[in-house]
Design a binder for this molecule. Sequence first.
Ligand SMILES: C[S@@+](CC[C@H](N)C(=O)[O-])C[C@H]1O[C@@H](n2cnc3c(N)ncnc32)[C@H](O)[C@@H]1O
Length: 264
Amino acid sequence: MSEKLHFDDKAAKRVEAMYASSDVVAQRQHVMQALGLRAGERILDIGSGPGFLLLEMAHAVGSSGRVAGIDISNSMLAMAQKRCAAHPWVELREANAMNLPFDDHEFDAAVVTQVYEYIADIESSLAELYRVLRPGGRALIVDTDWESLVLHTSYPDRSRRVLSAWDQHLVNPTLPRTLIPELRRAGFALTHSTVIPMYNPDYDPDTYSYGWISIVVSFVSRWSGMIKEEAKAWAEDLRQLGERGEYFFSLNRYLFLVEKPDHD
Ligand SMILES: C[S@@+](CC[C@H](N)C(=O)[O-])C[C@H]1O[C@@H](n2cnc3c(N)ncnc32)[C@H](O)[C@@H]1O
C-alpha cells in the first residue's frame, strides 16, 4: 500500500489533539515570534489544518487585517472554521497549495507549516507562494526531517519496519535539507532559519510524540499482513518503556523565513 496520509475526520481529530500539546504550542510561539506580525497585515496560511495558527495570527493582525487559510481537507477546514468563528476577518477556502485561488501580490506574509513535505511538486508550490506575496513580503516554512528521529525501543528491527512503513505517509520525509536552495531558485532570499526540536524524554500525554504514536499505529494499521500487528506491539513497547522511565524520543523540525525581493 502506498497511499499517503489523508486528513479525514478521524485523522484530523488526532492531529488536532497532537497539535494542542505543549511541544506544538511552543512551535507556534517560535513561528509567531519569527513572523513578527503587525496590526492590519494580510496573511495567508497554506495547509492551515486545525486552525490553531490561524487563530493566533487573527489576534495579532486584528480586525483591520485579513487572515486567509486554504486546505485540501474538508475535515480540517470545518475544524478551522469552528475555531475561528468569532473572527470574521479569517476566511477559509478549499484549495491546493500548487494552485492558489488568489491574485498576484495579495498578501504581506504567508505561512506553510508541515505541508510541503506532503507535496510532490515543490517547484510549482513555491512559484505560487512567491506570486501571491507582495514585493518585500515574507514567507515562513516549517517541515520535519524524519531521518533526525532518535527513538529508544526494545526491538530495533521491528521499529525500523514500522517506521519505514510510516515514512510512506508523506512524499518527502527529508525535505528541509534541500529546501533552502529550492527557495532561492524560486526567487526568495533567506533571512532566518532555525531548528525546532521535539524532544520528549518522558512518555507524557502532553507531548508531540505521545499523539504521534497513535497516528503511526492508525496509518500503518491500514496495511494488511504482519505490519499491522507489529505496529501495535511497537506502540505497546513504547508505553512500557515509558512506565519504566526508559522512554526517549527526539525529532527535528526546521523553520525557514524568506523574503520576496522589493522589485518583482
Ligand atoms: C500536518 S497538517 C499541518 C496543519 C497546519 N499547517 C499546522 O501546522 O497546524 C498538514 C495539512 O496540510 C494539508 N495539505 C496537504 N497537502 C496539501 C496541498 N497540496 N494543498 C493544501 N493543503 C494540503 C492537509 O490537509 C493538512 O491539513
